[in-house]
Write a protein that binds this ligand. Structure first.
Ligand code: AMP
Length: 505
């Protein structure tokens, strides 16, 4: 199937050709005709499935075909996203896809001066991409009118609720015209999102671009079990031994991020960070440098887990497992995008076994484990299921908790008869597994606040951007790099001095 067969106009087809998009992805095939026809949409689509083009292309076409212009301080289409980075990215996509169309787009988020955003809005904007907090501020200032608004997109809606935007969203929905087209994209479909969809959408087309809560099947996933205090040195050791190129690393706390960056920079490795304590401009700069390959290791809290589209990123490392299992799926979604292959490695210590269990439960797969010589866990990470040992490379040893030892030089034979529990990621993510169904008719618009932030999520109920990085607290980074057990033990001593395992989060 070609984009032309989806009835896209010439201006868009020329752009798609010039950027090398040949065939629509499954979510695009389903969503584009429906959106062009003016339907509401509920899409379970994780990042990497091509969901941005799935809504941007038809919305741009509708606006262009309709002609006309946004009046000063008016917008015709609003795209709400959870994070500033995603706002920039989605805005860039609209800018790219709409290159040949006479439409104006703009982006608005907090943490940067408001004046340039006000200036853009003054002229009127066809497509505004925004985070909820700044959007409300602009509206309260009278810089933004919604009477011309025809289409609303909620992108990564589950994440918006996780980040505590529920109240802001309620206020916004109350201010928007009742007659409009609404598109809701969410990687996961918790009850809060279903309730939101029920209230906001009218007879939506329901599209599922991947099985919910599964990681893209093009991402090879594994776990290195170790002790918490070994993690910094194990990371450095693997980086060198496995010759890692660019890597995106997720660390639980902002302090932990900076400590790891300090360690890496001290070792002469080009590293930078993204987290909620960093000014927005510094975050944008770090991301730009990473995308331009001027930075090898980008260390981030979960603020970077969603939406970042970094071309051909080969590897994501979970230095810490996320406290919300869904974030695992989003984190590793930074690699293996658009059908490319990728790898996701998690460093897991005994304290994190419940988090690992939660990730495996969510994704329906037991992650293969390994241990690296010199960095073995003194505090054994308990088994999380009937995992079957997987083949791993080099001198890497299978974890003690794996079902049976494997010869690491060669692919391992299953140690037992075929396991019931599949220990490879389910082949359901990426561009596969599209399903469509039509839910029962639902014609109601929202009448009041109906959904709250998901309980137990980092930042839930903290309001806007504030809660996005999870708990404060620390890890201890050491600068030894010998990569042997003795080094790890020295690291452990240093950790003990400064708090180490006993540190409160
Ligand atoms: P998204 O899921 O929207 O973040 O998109 C993931 C990546 O897929 C982005 O780099 C897009 O540029 C790319 N992409 C989206 N649609 C297509 C397509 N039809 N063909 C090739 N690449 C695409």
């Amino acid at each position: 199937m070609s984009f032309a067969s989806l009835d896209l106009i010439d201006g868009l087809l020329r752009t798609l050709e010039s950027i090398g998009y040949k065939t629509p992805t499954p979510v695009q095939k389903q969503a584009i005709p429906a959106i062009l026809a003016g339907r509401d949409l509920l899409a379970a689509a994780q990042t990497g499935t091509g969901k941005t083009a799935a809504f941007a292309l038809p919305l741009l076409q509708r606006l262009a075909m309709e002609g006309g212009q946004a009046a000063p301080n008016h917008i015709r289409c609003l795209v709400l996203v959870p994070t500033r980075e995603l706002a920039d990215q989605v805005y860039q996509s609209f800018h790219t896809y709409g290159f040949n169309l006479p439409l104006r787009s703009a982006v608005a988020y907090g943490g940067v001066p408001m004046e340039p955003q006000l200036a853009k809005l003054r002229k009127g904007v066809d497509v505004l991409v925004a985070t909820p907090g700044r959007l409300l501020d602009l509206h309260r200032k009278g810089a933004l009118e919604f009477t011309q608004l025809q289409a609303l997109v909620l992108d990564e809606a589950d994440r918006m609720l996780d980040l505590g935007f529920a109240d802001d969203l309620d206020l916004l929905f109350a201010a928007l015209p009742a007659v409009r087209q609404t598109l809701l994209f969410s990687a996961t479909m918790p009850d809060t999102i279903r309730a939101m969809a029920k209230q906001l959408l009218r007879e939506p087309l329901s599209v599922q671009a991947s099985a919910p809560n599964t990681a893209a099947h093009t991402v090879r996933q594994m776990v290195f079990t170790t002790d918490k205090r070994h993690k910094p040195d194990l990371f450095l050791h693997l980086l060198r031994k496995q010759g890692w190129g660019q890597v995106l690393v997720f660390v639980k706390t902002r302090k932990g991020v900076e400590q790891l960056v300090g360690l890496l920079q001290g070792e002469g490795i080009a590293a930078d960070s993204i987290h909620g304590d960093k000014p927005q401009l510094a975050r944008i700069k770090a991301l730009k440098r990473f995308k331009a390959n001027a930075v090898q290791v980008l260390v981030a809290t979960d603020v970077a887990a969603r939406g970042l589209d970094i071309e051909a990123l080969p590897l994501v490392v979970n230095f810490d497992l996320p406290t919300v299992a869904e974030d695992y799926v989003h984190r590793i979604g930074r690699t293996g995008r658009a059908g490319a292959t990728g790898q996701a490695i998690s460093l897991v210590c005994a304290d994190e076994v419940e988090l690992l269990r939660a990730v495996e439960k969510l994704t329906g797969a037991v992650l293969p484990r390994a241990e690296e010589a010199g960095f073995e866990a003194d505090h054994r990470v308990p088994s999380t299921g009937t995992a079957v040992a997987q083949a791993v490379r080099g001198t890497t040893k299978p974890a003690r908790s794996a079902a049976k030892p494997v010869n690491t030089a060669k692919p391992a034979k299953p140690a037992k008869p075929a396991p019931k529990q599949d220990d490879t990621p389910r082949p359901a993510g990426g561009f596969g597994g599209l399903k469509e169904d039509l839910p029962p008719k639902e014609k109601q618009r929202p009448r009041g606040p109906i959904y709250g932030a998901r309980s137990g999520s980092p930042g839930a109920g903290t309001g806007g951007q504030r809660g996005r990085d999870g708990a404060a607290g620390g890890k201890v980074m050491v600068t030894a790099t010998r990569g042997a057990k003795s080094t790890a033990r020295a690291a452990g001593r240093a950790a003990a001095k400064t708090g180490g395992r006993g540190n409160k989060r």
